[in-house]
Design a protein. Structure first.
Length: 255
């Protein structure tokens, strides 16, 4: 079973490498990271903060776009090409197919994230911006967030169209970064509104936990325990989403 999952993931990775959108987003991300050099010349204050903020934000945003716009096609593409009928007719459990597809996109994201990180490190070196351990902590949590978003996109791709999957995943990404504000806003509403927003707060992923840009810019370190807890939170939420996607996909009728 593991061999089949690995085979599916590697095949998915090879398919993703043929996506033109992937390279367009990657090039755009590198241009955004590189533009911080020019913008730093126009900054009167501490340009270190600008370069770090723009670099980390670019990696996060373009990583999310790659996760969404490639992730929503993991299942729908197979359905549109009618290859899903061949796949489910083989002795491969549907959950293994989904996990393999997911891991293939994660490998793709890892490769693209590494390229963007290299671009950021080059800019930091050219501009004499200190490269700290905290920076790599922030980058690692960005990747964990991308893994969660990829799992969200996979869930929606199992039962709805590509367009709706993209909209729903983007919505969850925005809500996930505003979850604390939702809870605060809910405390000022009536009982029904408070209940709805409180439910959203606990159900939706708290993506702001993976955001360490403020820590990096203000040199506020994150303890090893907090880092491990955040990793565990991201891994647990990802596993939960994969189980949910597998349950939905298992019940779907392709006849």
């Amino acid at each position: 079973m593991i061999a089949r999952i690995v085979s599916i993931s590697l095949n998915t990775f090879r398919e993703n490498l043929r996506e033109k959108l992937l390279y367009n987003l990657l090039i755009f991300a590198l241009l955004m990271i590189g533009s911080s050099i020019l913008l730093s010349r126009l900054t009167l204050g501490d340009y270190h903060r600008l370069i770090l903020d723009l670099g980390l934000a670019s990696i996060n945003i373009f990583g999310v776009l790659i996760a969404i716009f490639v992730g929503i096609g993991l299942v729908s593409k197979e359905i549109d090409k009618k290859t899903i009928y061949t796949i489910i007719s083989k002795p491969v459990p549907r959950y293994a197919f989904l996990v393999g597809k997911y891991l293939g996109l994660v490998i793709t994201l890892m490769a693209n994230t590494v390229v963007m990180i290299i671009g950021l490190l080059v800019v930091l070196h050219v501009m004499d911006v200190p490269i700290t351990v905290l920076l790599f902590k922030s980058l690692s949590l960005i990747f964990v967030e991308l893994m969660v978003i990829t799992a969200v996109a996979l869930v929606f791709s199992t039962f709805t169209s590509s367009t709706l999957s993209a909209i729903f995943t983007l919505a969850i990404y925005v809500i996930g970064h505003l979850s604390a504000d939702l809870k605060t806003f809910g405390e000022k509403m009536d009982t029904v509104g408070r209940g709805i927003l409180s439910a959203l707060y606990y159900i939706m992923p708290n993506l702001e936990r993976f955001n360490l840009k403020g820590h990096v810019i203000n040199h506020v370190d994150l303890s090893a325990d907090d880092l491990l807890l955040t990793f565990a939170y991201g891994a647990s939420y990802t596993v939960m989403l994969l189980v949910l996607a597998s349950m939905i996909f298992q019940r779907r009728d392709f006849q």
